[in-house]
Design a protein around this ligand. Structure first.
Ligand SMILES: *Cc1c(COP(=O)(O)O)cnc(C)c1O
Length: 450
């Protein structure tokens, strides 16, 4: 038996993998990865996989990036972890300084946690407590957008709208207000995202008119609704939302967990609209995909509502064991240094154009591709059975999963979202690898779609 088979069998014996049907592993066992380098992963049998999805969107600057590796190693020999209440360390302090300089203006206070969902929970609790402590205890509910995704713990799931993840748990969830999100590919107003007035914003206006009084905050994924299939919407929507939140005293929470750190071409997606949310969650690319870490960023205004004598009971009583973990902070610092020194964002622009052109050449006339949408290096191909009616494939066919399976033996790691095949590579990927990704994706898709 080869090494892969042996390890995959041991894997199957005890490991319950996330977000999948384990029975599928009978026919597609775990691919056991030995090492990574740049945009590539190598399995224990020596096969390579082009990681065009950045390992769940977090790997920002390639696997085993030598500069990040060096930073972790240096930190490891100094301090691996310390309790973060009453204690601190220089790496976290340096990181906070650097972050505040690049975050949307006014986000000055940083609350550390260890994963994206935890950051969303913190954002919800912070917002709730802020309203309560500033005389608005009548505000108890949250608003969110349809098809939104904010993680899978109970609170985060409650402000998500993807039934795939949430359906069964509905009886456990908060009673939130779900606002119809922009859906530019199937725009109900027959506009297109390059030149519309965000007519669909009327759904938000209606919801605010009806429910703002009882609403603590609205949470959104700015510009790109990732899990929904990389649904991209115009910055104008965010500008209008900022305005509406101000008018009604509803806090704006931006979940930049997937969009932060240059993914959309600007440092943060909120920068496209030139807005500052009241609370912003960052994770994933924050550590270049190295360490589980997240940060909830907020304004002085919110911070000040918690700042009082202990006996007043206004403090935010929330903690995670690994908050401010030094290894996480060291990777984040290294990421910021590389982004700046290597001018990663500037270099991305021509690469993103090149990539989008390649995809348009390869798939522009494909009978089953309804839309190719992109922002920076994120590209998504929406699969349809009929381009006129924009009808998607029946979910039971699992067309994306079939394409994923076909791509693997060709050495390409895709992870489609339902009917959407997407690409979200590390920002420093080379053009030859982008070309290869398009070529291999085409082969896999031709094998499935004919
Ligand atoms: C991944 C993601 C989360 C959840 O982060 P986890 O670390 O997986 O808990 C939340 N929001 C968005 C937009 C994400 O992409």
């Amino acid at each position: 038996m080869d090494r892969m088979n042996e390890l995959a069998q041991r894997d199957f014996a005890h490991i319950w993998h996330p977000c999948c049907q384990m029975k599928d592993y009978e026919t597609l066992p775990s691919i056991v990865i030995d090492h990574g380098e740049g945009a590539y992963l190598y399995d224990v049998n020596g096969n390579s996989y082009l990681d065009i999805i950045s390992s769940w969107w977090c790997n920002l600057l390639g696997h085993c990036n030598p500069k990040i590796n060096a930073a972790v190693k240096a930190q490891l020999d100094k301090l691996e972890h310390v309790i973060f209440v009453n204690f601190s360390h220089e790496t976290a302090i340096d990181l906070a300084d650097k972050l505040v300089n690049i975050l949307p203006k006014g986000l000055n206070k940083l609350n550390f946690a260890d994963n994206g969902s935890a950051a969303v929970e913190i954002a919800l609790k912070l917002a709730f407590q802020y309203q309560h402590q500033t005389g608005h205890s009548e505000k108890t509910r949250f608003m969110c957008l349809s098809e939104g995704y904010h993680g899978e713990t109970i609170g985060a799931l409650s402000v998500g709208s993807m039934d795939l993840f949430a359906q069964i748990y509905k009886p456990m969830m908060m009673n939130n207000i779900h606002v119809e999100a922009p859906d530019c590919y199937r725009c109900p107003f027959n506009k297109n995202r390059e030149c519309c007035e965000c007519e669909c914003f009327k759904y938000a206006e209606e919801a605010f008119a009806n429910y703002a009084k009882e609403t603590v905050a609205i949470i959104v994924e700015p510009i790109v609704q990732g899990c929904a299939g990389m649904r991209i919407y115009p910055p104008l929507y965010l500008k209008k939302l900022r305005q509406l939140c101000n008018e009604y005293g509803v806090l704006l929470i931006a979940d930049e967990i997937a969009t932060g750190f240059g993914r959309t071409g600007k440092m943060f997606a909120c920068d496209h609209a030139d807005i500052t949310p009241d609370i912003m969650c960052i994770s994933k690319a924050l550590t270049g995909g190295y360490m589980p870490m997240s940060i909830v960023c907020t304004t002085d205004k919110i911070y000040d509502a918690f700042y009082a004598d202990y006996n007043e009971g206004k403090q935010f009583m929330h903690s995670h064991t690994y908050a401010g973990n030094p290894l996480g902070c060291s990777t984040a610092l290294a990421v910021l240094k590389i982004l700046e020194e290597d001018k990663i964002l500037e270099k991305c622009q021509p690469k993103a154009e090149y990539f989008n052109n390649l995809l348009n050449e390869a798939f522009g006339n494909h009978k089953n591709i309804g839309e190719i949408r992109h922002i920076n290096l994120i590209n998504a191909l929406e699969l349809v059975t009929d381009k006129q009616t924009k009808t998607g494939f029946d979910g039971k066919l699992r067309i994306g999963y079939e394409i994923y399976k076909k791509a693997l033996p060709h050495g390409l790691l895709l992870r489609p979202l339902g009917n959407v095949i997407y690409f979200n590579p590390p920002l420093n990927i080379e053009e030859k690898d982008l070309e290869k990704a398009v070529r291999l994706a085409k082969i896999a898709m031709d094998e499935v779609l004919g």
